[in-house]
Design a protein around this ligand. Structure first.
Ligand code: MIC
Ligand code: SF4
Length: 642
């Protein structure tokens, strides 16, 4: 049987296991990526492993999430990352150089390689024909030390693209269409591989928009073949020597195939508050808009901003709209500045920001109360923009630009001629803000500001867990609900302080109640419903609950990265054997789980005793032997260092 692109890359990197969907495999990681919001903890964890230098082919520390440096905490974290990079042999991408995924595509991505990143949008690299996977910081730390990365061998979903994009439709409409079809739920354990005649009509940058939002599907990664368009892109970035061709064998087999005829697409939009709440723009046009924000690792590349500049040129942003444009990389900013497109944006009334994540994660440009913000980003979870009471819609750069001009959600097809696609023959390559790894040297002094604490320890899993259900939540709880970011990002390396905010958007009393329970020597349980832990890779959504004494999360289903993070921090991810039992348990119930160690050792069944309701409920888990040992040890750091 022939192999798909994904199978070829996995096979080349396989350390243990077999490519049987669902079974555990481990793969060698060629490159790692860390960013300042998750990287500090990852590097602190790497330091505890006592390795003299990173063992990957290439590792990069990016500063892109907290570039405003409000307060010393962020600036201190950056200095820490800079000195760590120097000492351990990582590239260091300084504040202002751009968003990790965009810069990685420009400078480092290579077809056929594996990339592990402490950010859920690491699959952006799949646009270049590589396997990019998002994971918690601890998994990255282990990969930096040369350790393999464990995942389930994937079910590979083939997405066949046919036809060609109609005028005013672009890559974002393709991925929004796929989100409408596949939704954000139920895709754990899958990887997406793109194929079909239309693939060759898409540039790497457009492919990267599509693979970027594979994160919202909940799949492990998304990959395009590496073809002449890939070669063209790498050459235009001065990296033609990285090119290898990588295509699927004609007889490769897939778990299933979804076909999207690009010719039949219309401009699409995701309504509040989920990326899969997708309809056509036509269906919601006319909604008045107060803010348009063009940016993020999804849709703020040179190709995107050139389209926006053409649409805005000679026109003026609607007086009721604030338009923010945040170029995804310094390369993009430099190029639109050189060719005059930046002037067109400014003259039209756009507010330009430094290249960074910024408003995408609620760091500034927070919409006003009750207002509508139309964005080119990838997530519109409630509250992520920095305020609960705002309506965020996700669109392509084209729809964002015409909406900024008209002041209401607008189908661009009524707007005359579409902008031209500008794909440069040569990008400007300027590594001024990218510091290459220095030669090994023992005398680099690591800088540690007062906000940087040690990673907290956890004890081995006790045999009996007696405690309370501290919170019961519903479907699709994201890591933004569990561990909000925005202005709190400055506490990412200060776990005691950050832990005060666990579940704050849902219940500001949670942390205080958890501490009271922990101080009375009892354990906290969390109850959730479907798709618990969507979104970001932030391990803090497990690490901080661990710090607060949480030992088990019981749900109807989990998302992949969050499950891995729970295991890494010694928290049991359990599911209701009878999904209806979710309705029979309440916040505040006193519960007991006994014989935990023995049950895990024997891979037996758990039974939760609800002493408040005087009921018993069977609980399942899907853990490999290695994962059970990690939980027994109290987490991956204990397991690795023992
Ligand atoms: C996000 O888009 O939610 C983030 C912020 O980039 C996160 C990482 C983090 O929480 O630091 C992600 O996507 O993993
Ligand atoms: Fe940054 Fe937003 Fe991309 Fe996350 S999704 S990496 S916050 S731009």
């Amino acid at each position: 049987m022939g192999l798909s692109v994904i199978q070829k890359i996995l096979k080349n990197h396989l350390v243990t296991g077999m490519l049987e969907p669902g079974s555990e495999i481990s793969i060698r990681i060629d490159q790692t990526l860390t960013q300042d919001a998750t990287g500090t903890m990852a590097c602190l964890q790497f330091e505890t492993m006592g390795q003299p230098r990173v063992k990957t082919e290439l590792s990069v520390n990016y500063v892109d999430h907290n570039v405003l440096q409000i307060g010393f905490q962020n600036t201190d974290d950056h200095k820490y990352l800079e000195t760590i990079s120097k000492k351990y042999g990582l590239y260091y991408s300084k504040a202002g150089n751009g968003i990790c995924h965009q810069v990685h595509l420009e400078r480092f991505g290579q077809p056929g390689k594996t990339l592990l990143g402490s950010d859920s949008h690491t699959p952006t690299a799949g646009g270049l024909g590589m396997i990019g996977i998002g994971a918690g910081g601890l998994d990255i730390a282990i990969a930096m030390g040369g350790g393999a990365f464990y995942i389930q061998a994937p079910k590979i979903v083939r997405v066949e693209l046919t036809g060609s994009l109609p005028a005013w439709c672009s890559a974002k409409d393709i991925i929004l269409k796929l989100l409408q079809i596949m939704t954000t739920k139920g895709n754990v354990g899958c990887m997406v591989e793109y194929s079909g005649d239309a693939v060759k009509t898409l540039s790497v940058q457009e492919r990267a928009t599509i693979t970027n939002m594979g994160a919202e599907l909940g799949v492990t990664t998304s990959v395009f073949p590496s073809d002449l368009r890939t070669k063209e892109y790498l050459e235009s970035q001065g990296r033609g020597d990285c090119y290898v061709s990588l295509t699927a064998d004609p007889d490769a087999e897939y778990f299933k195939t979804i076909t999207i005829d690009l010719s039949s697409l219309e401009p699409m939009i995701a309504k509040p508050h989920s990326p899969d709440n997708v309809v056509t723009v036509k269906e919601v046009q006319g909604v008045k808009v107060q803010q348009v924000a063009i940016g993020s690792c999804t849709n703020a590349s040179y190709v995107d901003l050139m389209k926006v500049a053409q649409i805005l040129k000679g026109k003026t942003v609607h007086p009721d709209v604030s338009l923010i444009v945040s170029p995804a990389s310094r390369q993009t900013l430099e190029m639109i500045s050189k060719n005059g497109a930046l002037t067109d944006l400014i003259t039209a009334g756009a507010r330009i920001t430094e290249s960074n994540c910024g408003f995408c994660i609620g760091q500034g440009h927070v919409p006003s109360t009750g207002s509508v913000s139309v964005r080119t980003v990838n997530r519109n979870f409630k509250g992520r923009c920095g305020i609960q009471d705002a309506e965020v819609y996700l669109v392509s750069p084209e729809v964002a630009a015409v909406t900024a001009l008209s002041g209401e959600i607008t189908d661009p097809r009524a707007f005359g001629n579409p902008p031209k696609l500008c794909i440069p023959d040569k990008y400007i390559v300027d590594n001024t803000l990218l510091i290459a790894p220095s030669k090994p040297s023992g005398d680099v002094k690591i800088f540690r500001g007062p906000n940087i604490g040690d990673p907290p320890n956890n004890n081995p899993m006790p045999d009996d867990l007696c405690g309370n259900v501290l919170i019961k939540v519903g479907d699709k709880i994201t890591t933004d609900h569990i561990m909000p970011a925005g202005q709190l990002l400055k506490f990412r390396s200060n776990i005691p302080k950050y832990s005060e905010h666990v579940f704050e958007p849902l219940d500001p009393t949670f942390a205080q109640r958890a501490v009271q329970l922990r101080d009375s020597n009892k354990y906290g349980f969390i109850v959730g419903a479907e798709s618990y832990g969507q979104g970001s890779s932030r391990e803090h959504a497990a690490l901080c609950p661990m710090y607060l004494g949480i030992k088990a999360v019981i749900t109807r289903s989990f998302e992949r990265i969050h499950t891995a993070n729970l295991i890494n921090f010694g928290i049991l991810p359990l599911t209701f054997a009878n999904p209806d039992d979710y309705d029979k348990i309440e916040q505040g119930d006193a519960v007991e789980l006994s014989g935990v160690r023995q049950t895990l050792l024997k891979n037996g069944q758990f039974v939760l005793k609800n002493t408040s309701k005087k009921t018993d409920m069977p609980l399942n888990y899907d853990l490999t032997e290695r994962q059970r040992k990690i939980i027994l040890a109290g987490g991956l750091l204990n397991f690795t260092n023992s």
